[in-house]
Design a protein around this ligand. Structure first.
Ligand code: FES
Length: 90
């Protein structure tokens, strides 16, 4: 069984803390990334953070590359922004 995804590994930031910060400070994705540094390392956490801001959830099942791409498209990634890196199939 896979563990849930609950944090930005690169910056060692828990989604629960990021959500609390975003809601307290009224931050959107860009502001949250600029302030905290989340999503600015490998980028793998970006679809999770975007989904977190939309839903309020802070623990997620691992997304497939297709699911991550759908979230990036649906929740505000601009076409010129790079998405998360492709993950190798297990
Ligand atoms: S896990 Fe968040 S930038 Fe790498």
């Amino acid at each position: 069984m896979e563990l849930p995804v609950t944090r930005c590994v690169c910056m060692e930031l828990e989604f629960a803390d990021l959500l609390r910060l975003a809601r307290t400070m009224g931050m959107d994705f860009d502001a949250l990334r600029a302030w905290s540094g989340c999503c600015s390392g490998c980028g793998t956490c970006e679809p999770y953070v975007r989904l977190m801001l939309q839903t309020g959830a802070t623990a997620f099942a691992v997304l497939s590359p297709e699911q991550a791409a759908q979230i990036m498209t649906r929740f505000g990634a601009r076409p010129d922004e790079k998405g998360p890196p492709e993950r190798a199939a297990p």
